[in-house]
Design a protein around this ligand. Structure first.
Ligand code: C2E
Ligand code: MG
Ligand code: MG
Length: 638
């Protein structure tokens, strides 16, 4: 009895000690994971402590995945644990599936509550296992599983109770740590979104900057465009109003740019515009604006400039074009006309000033002066060339154009050898409009072919009349490159020039710029025209970009030295040298030479001495209407 009692006391004290250890373990676990938010650490502590608590060989923490279709071993401790942790299985699989389904713990004692069939199945599958559910405050989380008791034997009811108690304590900690983890993840996701958003924002700013650039700058020249120019001038006007100062506005238009574009092609035309822009740019100061208005028009806003200063600057800009431009080995000579308007004299708001600069530029072109200042008294030009297109169209429809004829005489005999047909247009309100202007408009609006065929037919009719009534002479008609290179040109020539007799009354004046493009096609075309009896003459020679060696390959018979070399040649050594060597070279190639723009006797004498063949100029006669020219040739010689 005494022995029995002492055994009982020993047992009791062992049990009490065990209890104490268990409570200590639970407490320790609780303090350890209570403040732990790192999920990996929480799983590690829980599995280690639980394994200790129930003396299991292996302890695992299977948790339900977010998809609610699988579970994954998230933590583990003991034998083989590291191999199992991380593995995922379908929900219905194994003991876990049973626990999920019944939301109650599994241990061997459970077998007694099952029917025979189930018992058989689970006995096999569960082996020596205990699995208690982990129920969080908000969700069912999964479970804690112990496998195989250390030292053999099965898990008993006590283990079950302990593990259930343990699970209820740690579930909250696990749930919290999981919430923190998912918060961290969504924070990370947020951060990623934020970064992505930042990048997108940056891209957006960049593309809106690009858009802003595109909307304010011209894509060809990179100069400010019309709308930025509008802003700048408006701002400068406000400043000038406040400071009571003036502003010079220069509208620069490149002469015959359409010709350049037609012959060089648009790509090279763009390159040329860029180069012109760079030259002009060199001449501007910080607070000044250089913009491209479109096409071949540039505009300059020069704060603080009066009329005199604006004219001086115009000269500088024109001078900057003096050196020829080189594009793909071709020398290109560019001239321009400048219209000047001054604030506040010629207007005190943007649109008025721009219009008046435009009118002045038109005047410069019309009267062949390089620079023209807006003249308020000249209301004839007030309309500028804004409504010019419709007037030109109308003139074409109503046959409002005329041809005047300027004689070309033999330098040696003074005899009239041929005539140049020059277009004339008298407009009721505009007065006489220069062909430089209306030909430009015709070319720019697809009307030049119709005009040119009219000119050829008219010149031919007149030449036939002179042949019949006075003398046989060739009439030279100026051809635009556009017309010559048009696919229908050949057919039209065959239609207008019916036979060789007709052909022998016509010369075509073409510019040397033509030879840069489609040389082979051009050569073949010119050959065809020559076969009709027509002669070919190179107009304005010396201002373009061709070489005499190219001319040799074309069936050209005449070369007209541009008047800019002729006019002052007597006093200018350079001009004299150019004229002299051109005559020599042309003669070597079998070409006859015409000097145009001869205004003085001294020039005529010098040209004669140099062996120039033909003379054209005001000294001989200005261009004359048909009747007057008929009278002129009746006289026979000068
Ligand atoms: P262009 O073919 O070089 O014609 C010669 C120009 O020089 C003519 O100007 C003529 O009046 C002018 N001129 C002749 N002698 C003298 C002189 O001694 N001194 C001065 N200062 N000028 C002289 P216009 O008639 O104003 O024609 C200008 C340009 O317009 C022509 O230059 C030609 O390129 C073009 N053009 C005229 N009529 C036609 C036409 O029917 N068709 C085409 N495509 N172009 C034409
Ligand atoms: Mg000509
Ligand atoms: Mg000429």
């Amino acid at each position: 009895m005494k022995k029995e009692l002492s055994t009982n006391i020993v047992d009791l004290s062992r049990i009490l000690q065990e209890k104490e250890t268990e409570i200590e373990l639970l407490q320790q676990t609780f303090t350890e994971i209570g403040s732990e938010l790192d999920l990996g650490r929480v799983f590690q502590i829980v599995s280690d402590r639980a394994r200790e608590l129930i003396n299991a060989e292996t302890l695992l923490i299977p948790l339900l995945d977010d998809n609610c279709e699988t579970y994954t071993y998230r933590g583990g401790s003991g034998k083989n644990a590291s191999e199992i942790v991380g593995e995922s299985l379908p929900l219905e699989f194994g003991v876990c599936g049973w626990v999920w389904k019944h939301k109650k713990a599994w241990w061997n004692g459970m077998l007694d509550q099952l029917d025979d069939e189930e018992k058989n199945r689970w006995e096999q599958e569960s082996g020596n296992m205990i699995l208690v559910p982990l129920q969080g405050k908000r969700h069912f989380l999964g479970g804690i599983a112990g496998l195989d008791k250390i030292g053999g034997g099965g898990f008993d009811k006590k283990d079950l109770n302990l593990l259930q108690l343990f699970a209820s304590i740690v579930s909250v900690a696990i749930e919290n740590a999981m919430a923190v983890k998912s918060m961290e993840e969504s924070h990370k996701l947020n951060e990623n979104y934020r970064l992505r958003l930042e990048i997108l924002n940056k891209q957006l700013t960049e593309s809106s900057k690009e858009l802003e650039y595109l909307s304010l700058y011209d894509s060809v020249t990179a100069l400010p465009n019309r709308s930025l120019f509008h802003d700048r001038l408006t701002r400068d006007i406000a400043d000038a109003k406040y400071d009571s100062t003036t502003i010079g506005i220069l509208l620069i238009d490149i002469d015959s740019f359409k010709d350049i574009n037609d012959t060089l092609g648009h790509d090279r035309g763009d390159i040329l515009l860029k180069k012109i822009a760079r030259r002009f740019e060199r001449g501007i100061k910080n607070h000044e604006t250089l913009a491209r208005l479109g096409g071949d028009e540039f505009i300059l806003v020069l704060p603080g400039h009066n009329e005199q200063q604006a004219i001086a600057r115009s000269t500088e800009f024109l001078n900057s074009l003096k050196d020829s431009f080189v594009i793909e080995g071709n020398n290109i000579v560019v001239t321009a006309s400048v219209g000047v308007a001054v604030y506040p004299e010629h207007g005190d708001e943007f649109s008025v000033l721009l219009k008046h600069a435009d009118v002045a530029m038109y005047e410069a072109k019309n009267s062949h002066i390089n620079i023209s200042v807006y003249d308020p008294d000249n209301d004839r030009l007030e309309q500028g060339h804004l409504s010019l297109v419709s007037d030109v169209r109308k003139a074409l429809e109503e046959k409002g154009f005329q041809l005047y004829y300027q004689p070309k005489i033999s330098a040696q005999t003074g005899q009239v050898v041929s005539a140049e047909a020059l277009g004339r247009w008298h407009h009721d309100k505009r007065g006489d409009v220069s062909p430089k202007i209306f030909i430009d408009v015709l070319e720019g609006n697809g009307l030049i072919n119709e005009y040119t065929y009219w000119a050829i037919e008219t010149a031919l009719a007149h030449a036939r009349q002179w042949q019949r009534d006075v003398v046989k002479l060739r009439v030279a008609v100026n051809l635009s490159p556009q017309t010559l290179m048009h696919p229908d040109f050949r057919e039209n020539m065959d239609r207008i020039i019916k036979n060789r007799e007709d052909g022998e009354l016509i010369t075509f004046e073409i510019t040397e710029n033509l030879f840069l493009s489609e040389f082979d096609r051009l050569a073949e075309l010119l050959e065809h025209i020559r076969a009709l009896g027509v002669e070919l003459s190179i107009d304005d020679y010396g201002t373009g970009y061709s070489s005499l060696s190219l001319l040799r390959r074309l069936k050209v018979s005449e070369l007209k030295i541009d008047q800019s070399f002729i006019k002052q040649m007597v006093g200018n050594r350079d001009d004299k040298a150019v004229v002299h060597s051109t005559i020599e070279l042309a003669h070597n190639l079998g070409l006859s030479v015409v000097a145009e723009g001869v205004e003085k006797k001294s020039v005529l004498e010098l040209l004669k001495k140099m062996g120039c063949d033909t003379i054209q100029g005001f000294l001989i006669s200005k261009p004359l209407p048909f009747g007057k020219f008929t009278d002129f040739i009746r006289k026979g010689r000068v």
